[in-house]
Write a protein that binds this ligand. Structure first.
Ligand code: GLA
Length: 382
C-alpha cells in the first residue's frame, strides 16, 4: 500500500469520518553541498520520489489529534498550548509548523490528521523536512493562508530550528518544496537564487544505499558542527563562512583550532565542488563527476568528520563495482545513506553486489534502490 492509501485506511480506522484535506511532501537526496547550507553556501540536491502524506480535517475546536500510521501512535495537543512531548517526539515537526504559522498571525484552528511516510526516519533522507512541509501544505488547505514557496520552506526550517531544536539550514525544506520531476536543484543559500539542473544524460541512475545505521541529528553532533563553523566565521570577522575567501583562510588558518580549520577547509572546498558538479552534471561528463563525488566524500570523512565506518565501507566498495561512476555519503551524517551514480544497465548487478559486500562485512541488509528526481510538495486529491 502506498502512503496515501495507508493514511486513508488509518484515518478511517481512527476517526471514522471522511478527511477533507491531504498533502504530500518528498524527502531529498543531497548530491553535493554537505553542511554548506547554513554557511550561506551552495547545494545541489534532488527531491526523492518518496515522501510523507498528511491527511485529515479541522476539528472545529482547539484540539489537535495526530496519528502516526507508521508506528501506530496517537497523540493529543491543543492549539492554545503547543509543547513538545518527549513520548511523541515525531509530533514536534507538526506542532513546530503550527507554532510558526501562529507567529505570523495566521489563525490555525484544531485539526485531526494521520501521518504516513515511506521515507525511513534517521536515514539522512529528510523525513523531518518532508513532515514539516507536508504539514504546511495540509494546513494551507484547512486554514487558507498566503505564503510564497520560499517562505514556506523557511517557515518549515524555523519550525525545526525553534521547536525541534536542530539548527539545520534550508537544504531539506527547500528541496521538499521546490523538487522538480527529472531534475536536480541548485540553490545559493545566501541569495536564495535557485534553478533546476537537468542531467545531461538519461541513462544514468541515482541510487540510494541506506546503511540502516541510524543517525539522530537531535543528538548534538549536528549543532556542534554548526557552532564550529560559526565560530570560525566570527574569527575572520564574518557572519558566514561563505564570506571568507580561500586566500583569507589559507593565510590565517593556523590561527584556528584544528577542528575549526578542518571544518572551514571542508566548507570552502565543498562550495567549489557544488559549482563544478552542477556543470559536470548538466554536461554529464562522467570523469569529473566520479572525481568530485570521491573528493566530497573524503572531505566529509576526514575534514568535517561526519561519516561513519559503515558509510565509508559502502562508498569504498561501490566504486569498485562495474558501472558505478561515483559514490559519497549524503545528508547530515554519522550514518544514514550514500548516493551512487550508476550506469542504468548496471543498476541491478551493482545493487546486488554492494548488498552482498555489506552483508558479508556487517551482517546487515542495506536497502539499495534507484530513484527518480521528483516533484516537490503538493496537495493530494482525496
Ligand atoms: C541535514 C540538515 C540540512 C543540511 C544537511 C547536510 O539534512 O537538515 O540543513 O545541513 O544535513 O548538508
Amino acid at each position: 500500500m502506498n502512503s496515501l492509501d495507508r493514511a486513508r485506511a488509518a484515518y478511517h480506522e481512527q476517526f471514522s469520518t471522511a478527511p477533507s484535506a491531504a498533502a504530500f511532501a518528498p524527502g531529498r537526496v543531497e548530491i553535493m553541498g554537505n553542511h554548506t547550507d547554513y554557511n550561506g553556501g551552495f547545494v545541489l540536491p534532488a527531491a526523492l520520489d518518496k515522501g510523507t502524506v498528511v491527511l485529515g480535517a479541522p476539528t472545529g475546536n482547539d484540539d489537535i489529534l495526530l496519528y502516526a500510521a507508521d508506528f501506530r501512535r496517537m497523540a493529543h495537543f491543543s492549539v492554545k498550548t503547543l509543547q513538545p512531548d518527549a513520548r511523541n517526539s515525531w509530533a514536534s515537526y507538526v506542532l513546530g509548523v503550527v507554532q510558526q504559522l501562529q507567529r505570523r498571525n495566521i489563525p490555525i484552528g484544531g485539526f485531526q490528521a494521520v501521518l504516513a511516510s515511506d521515507v525511513p526516519s534517521g536515514s539522512g533522507l529528510s523525513s523531518s523536512a518532508a513532515l514539516e512541509v507536508a504539514t504546511a501544505f495540509f494546513l494551507k488547505q484547512c486554514f487558507p493562508y498566503e505564503l510564497s514557496p520560499m517562505d514556506t520552506a523557511r517557515l518549515a526550517q524555523k519550525a525545526e530550528n525553534e521547536f525541534v531544536g536542530v539548527q539545520c539550514g534550508i537544504l531539506d525544506q527547500f528541496s521538499s518544496v521546490f523538487g522538480q520531476d527529472g531534475s536536480l536543484l541548485f540553490l545559493d543559500c545566501l541569495t536564495l537564487e535557485h534553478d533546476a539542473v537537468k542531467m545531461g544524460r538519461d541513462d544514468i541512475a541515482l541510487v540510494v544505499c541506506d546503511s540502516i545505521v541510524k543517525h539522530a541529528l537531535t543528538g548534538g553532533d549536528y549543532n556542534t558542527r554548526r557552532a564550529e563553523c560559526m565560530a570560525a566565521a566570527r574569527h575572520f570577522g564574518k557572519e558566514l563562512l561563505r564570506e571568507v575567501s580561500w586566500d583569507e583562510f589559507t593565510t590565517r588558518e593556523l590561527e584556528l583550532p584544528l577542528n575549526e580549520r578542518k571544518r572551514v577547509r571542508h566548507i570552502l572546498t565543498e562550495d567549489r565542488r557544488v559549482l563544478a558538479m552542477r556543470d559536470a552534471i548538466a554536461g554529464f561528463d562522467t570523469a569529473p563527476i566520479g572525481r568530485l563525488l570521491a573528493e566530497g566524500h573524503a572531505s566529509c570523512r576526514d575534514l568535517f568528520e561526519n561519516s561513519a565506518p559503515e558509510i565509508d565501507f559502502l562508498v569504498d566498495k561501490a566504486v569498485e563495482i562495474d558501472g558505478c561512476i561515483g559514490a559519497k555519503m549524503t545528508g547530515g551524517g554519522w550514518g544514514g545513506c550514500t548516493i551512487n551514480l550508476v550506469h542504468q544497465e548496471a543498476v541491478t548487478q551493482f545493487s546486488d553486489t554492494l548488498a552482498a559486500y555489506y552483508r558479508d562485512a556487517t551482517g546487515h541488509e542495506a536497502l539499495i534502490y534507484p530513484f527518480r528526481a521528483a516533484q516537490g510538495a503538493h496537495a493530494l486529491d482525496l
